[in-house]
Design a protein around this ligand. Structure first.
Ligand code: ADP
Length: 294
């Protein structure tokens, strides 16, 4: 962290972009320095992963980023799901457009005080929200690098990165571009099949040397709003058992809650629309754990 210094004023001898790597071309060094100049102004970087789609990874990313901003933190949320960006919809800023200055992309700001939340997504660059983005690996890498290196993120406490499901190009690119990331939050649902997929995420993190901050079990039990009885529609506890077995921390569970769907469709994450609800409190507890661990 430069504490507001520019690269020229900074004397951080550990800076990854300080020295040219062996055989590194001018262009590659210039790109690496541009990335580092932005990223060293962000204290903590976390990547949200899941083994498979539909487990609520984007919902968790959006609610955690919002909860951190509501706790007074300066937060960036980067949606690198090139094929299915859902963050703009979940935050109700679908019509948003990234601004552009001479050499920077200006993120969309979402009202979320007392902290701040700024967001970048490929969704802000699509003319039509149904436009399919058919990109190969190198193009995805270029887009993610551009979001990170040319995004006018400013000084942030947290950058939360929402990856597409699985362990493909996007999380790999993020892991390579951000070797100093705090780590990954892995989201699962309780069923065996989801838990098996999440195991692969943990193995992936080990291979790319990204620490696992912890596992979140989403859609863990359903509390009847009428009688209060808890029923395990998808079961519960699978994520916790897997975390123990794999030797990674467990961050907590989020219940199934129809309000999560309604608030997603309505555009304000549940931590903001229903802050007193059990589900919002469960997200806030996980955000608090993250802040404690940082
Ligand atoms: P992913 O990013 O893993 O593909 P999403 O976050 O898009 O998943 O969530 C998939 C669907 O599940 C969405 O319709 C979302 O509203 C719903 N959902 C996510 N978490 C919950 C929850 N805890 N309770 C009820 N519905 C949820």
């Amino acid at each position: 962290m430069t504490d507001g210094k520019t690269c020229e004023e900074c004397d951080d001898s550990r800076c990854a972009a300080r020295d040219r790597r062996e055989g590194e071309a001018d262009e590659a060094l210039r790109e690496r320095r541009a990335l580092e100049a932005r990223m060293c102004r962000i204290r903590h970087k976390v990547v949200v992963l899941s083994g498979k789609g539909g487990v609520g990874k984007s919902t968790v990313a959006v609610n955690l980023a919002t909860a951190l901003a509501m706790a007074g933190k300066r937060v960036g949320l980067l949606d690198v799901d090139i094929h299915g960006p859902s963050v703009p919809k979940l935050l109700h800023v679908e019509g948003g457009r990234l601004g552009a200055s001479e050499n920077a992309l200006i993120p969309v700001e979402v009202e979320c005080g007392p902290g701040k939340l700024v967001v970048m997504s490929i969704g802000f660059l699509l003319r039509n929200r149904d436009d399919a983005v058919i990109w190969r690996g190198p193009m995805k890498l270029g887009a993610i690098r551009q979001f990170l290196a040319e995004g006018e993120w400013g000084d942030l406490d947290w950058l939360v990165i929402d990856s597409p499901p699985g362990t493909g190009d996007e999380p790999l690119t993020v892991a390579q571009l951000l070797p100093d990331a705090d780590g990954a939050i892995v989201v699962t649902t309780p069923q065996d099949v989801a838990v098996a997929d999440v195991r692969r995420c943990v193995v992936f993190c080990r291979q790319v040397k990204m620490p696992v901050i912890g596992v979140v079990e989403n859609m863990s039990g359903y509390t009847c709003p009428k009688c209060g009885e808890v029923s395990g529609i998808f079961g519960s506890g699978g994520g916790k058992a897997m975390a123990e077995e794999m030797g990674v921390p467990y961050l907590g569970d989020i219940p199934i809650d129809p309000e999560v769907v309604a608030s997603g469709d309505g555009g304000a994450p549940i931590v903001r629309s229903k802050p007193g609800s059990e589900t919002a409190r469960a997200f806030a507890r996980i955000a608090a754990t993250l802040m404690e661990k940082a």
